[in-house]
Design a protein around this ligand. Structure first.
Ligand SMILES: Cc1ncc(COP(=O)(O)O)c(C=O)c1O
Ligand SMILES: [Zn+2]
Length: 395
C-alpha cells in the first residue's frame, strides 16, 4: 500500500497501515475501507489522463503502470428518449458496456492489480456469475489461476461459459450464494488464496469510479437521485464513496439521494428500512428470478445503510414481475438490453416516481448486459414462417 493510503474499520474505526490477509478488522472482524490522506482537487482528478478507470489513478490506491487492465470504465450515460417519465431528466449508465459485460470489471482491474503486487498466484471468489467471469478474464490477463465457487443450479449458463472460456476452474456448492461466500472466505484464509469478493476494499475503489464518470458526463453536476440494484451491497457502498469523495475534492452540490433496490424475495436491507430497524435479519432462503442479486445475507449491509442515510436516500424492494416489466421496457423502448437484476433500478424508480420532484435529474445504473441472461428467455422467442412476412409487411 502506498504511503498516503491506509485502511479504516467501518465498525470500530481502527486504522491500519498493514493489510490483514482476509481484509477483516483484526480487532472486531468488521469490514475495512481504503482511505487516502489528502484527496486530489477536482481539476486534478479529471486532468490526469490514462485509460479506462485508470485515468483516475490519483484517487486510486495503485498506479496505472502496475495495472492489469482491459480498458474498463468510460461507459455510456444514455439519455432516456422513450420511457414515459417526462417530468424528470432520466439517464441510464450502461455498465454492460464493460469488457466482460458488467460493472464488476471496474473493481476487478484494481483487485487483480493488487493481487499481482502482493505476489498472489491464485485468485478466488464466490459469485452469482458476473464476478466469476470478470475475475477469470483479469486473472487470464495477469497470468494467474482463477477459482470460482458458485451456488449449484443458480447461475446463468452464459456466465459460467464465459468464466470457463477465460480459463477459470469452477466449483459448485449446495445452497445459495451466502454458503458459497462462506466457503470462499474460509478457503482463502486457510490456503492463502487472494479473495476478490466485495469485502475486498480494492474492488470498492475501482467501482467508485462510476460516480466520477456520472458527475463528468452530466457536465460536472451531481444528479438528484441514483437508483441501483443491491445484492451483497458492495456496489452501493462504492457509488456512495465516489460521490462523497467528489464533495471532498470540491464539488459544491449536495450528494445525490442514493436509492438501493432489492428483489422482494431477497431484500433484508429493504425490510430493515421499511421497519425502521438498525440491523438486518438475513433471509435464509432468498428467492428471485434476478439471480445476480439473490443474496440473503449481504456482507456490506452496514456500509449500505450508511450510504443511504448520509445521502438521504433509501432502500426499497420490487417484485420479480416489476423487474421483468422494466427489463422488457428498457429493451423495447430504449434499445438497451440489460440483465434481469439490472432492471431493478428502473423498477425501483417506477415505484418511487410519485415521490420524485418534477425536473429532478435521475440516473439509473444498469449494472450488466442482458446477453448473459439470454438462455433463460430463449424458449419464449417465436420464429415465424417466412410465408407470414408478406402479410406483416402489408399491415
Ligand atoms: C448485474 C448485477 N447487478 C447488481 C449486482 C449487485 O451488486 P452488489 O452485490 O455489489 O450489491 C450484481 C452482483 O453480482 C450483479 O451481477
Ligand atoms: Zn474493527
Amino acid at each position: 500500500m502506498s504511503a498516503e493510503w491506509y485502511l479504516r474499520c467501518i465498525g470500530c474505526g481502527s486504522t491500519f497501515r498493514e493489510e490483514p490477509e482476509d481484509f477483516r478488522c483484526p480487532k472486531c472482524d468488521d469490514l475495512l475501507e481504503l482511505e487516502k490522506e489528502g484527496l486530489p482537487e477536482l481539476r486534478e482528478l479529471y486532468a490526469s489522463g490514462g485509460k479506462g478507470i485508470w485515468r483516475f489513478s490519483c484517487a486510486l490506491p495503485l498506479k496505472e503502470i502496475f495495472s492489469v487492465s482491459l480498458e474498463e470504465g468510460n461507459t455510456p450515460l444514455v439519455k432516456s428518449s422513450n420511457i414515459g417519465e417526462q417530468k424528470i431528466d432520466l439517464h441510464f449508465k450502461v455498465e454492460g458496456s464493460n469488457p466482460t459485460g458488467s460493472f464488476k470489471d471496474r473493481g476487478m482491474t484494481v483487485a487483480i492489480s493488487h493481487a499481482i503486487s502482493r505476489g498472489a498466484r491464485v485468485a478466488l471468489c464466490a459469485s452469482t456469475g458476473n464476478t466469476s467471469s470478470s475475475l477469470a478474464a483479469y486473472s487470464a490477463r495477469a497470468g494467474i489461476s482463477s477459482f470460482v465457487i458458485v451456488p449449484e443450479n443458480a447461475v446463468s449458463p452464459a456466465k459460467l461459459v464465459q468464466a470457463h472460456l477465460y480459463g477459470a476452474s469452477i466449483f459448485k456448492v449446495k445452497g445459495n450464494f451466502d454458503s458459497a461466500l462462506k466457503k470462499a472466505r474460509s478457503l482463502a484464509l486457510s490456503h492463502g488464496a487472494y479473495l476478490v469478493n466485495s469485502i475486498n476494499p480494492y474492488r470498492i475503489e475501482g467501482q467508485k469510479t462510476v460516480s466520477y464518470e456520472i458527475y463528468e458526463q452530466l457536465g460536472m453536476r451531481m444528479p438528484d437521485y441514483v437508483f441501483l440494484p443491491v445484492g451483497n451491497a458492495g456496489n452501493i457502498s462504492a457509488v456512495f464513496k465516489g460521490f462523497s469523495e467528489l464533495v471532498r475534492m470540491g464539488a459544491r452540490e449536495e450528494l445525490p439521494k442514493i436509492v438501493g433496490v432489492q428483489a422482494e424475495g431477497a431484500g433484508p436491507i429493504a425490510e430493515a428500512f421499511s421497519k425502521n430497524r438498525q440491523t438486518i435479519k438475513p433471509v435464509k432462503n432468498p428467492k428471485t428470478i434476478a439471480s445476480a442479486i439473490r443474496i440473503g445475507n449481504p456482507v456490506s449491509w452496514k456500509k449500505c445503510i450508511r450510504a443511504v442515510r448520509e445521502s438521504k436516500g433509501t432502500v426499497i424492494s420490487v417484485t420479480d414481475e416489476e423487474i421483468l416489466a422494466s427489463r422488457d421496457e428498457l429493451a423495447r423502448k430504449e434499445g438497451i438490453l440489460v440483465e434481469t437484476a439490472s432492471a431493478a433500478s428502473l423498477a425501483g424508480l417506477r415505484k418511487m416516481i410519485s415521490r420524485i420532484p418534477a425536473g429532478s435529474s435521475v440516473v439509473c445504473i444498469l449494472t450488466g448486459t442482458g446477453l448473459k441472461d439470454a438462455s433463460e428467455t430463449a424458449s419464449r422467442v417465436v420464429m415465424h414462417d417466412i410465408s407470414e412476412l408478406r402479410k406483416l409487411l402489408i399491415l
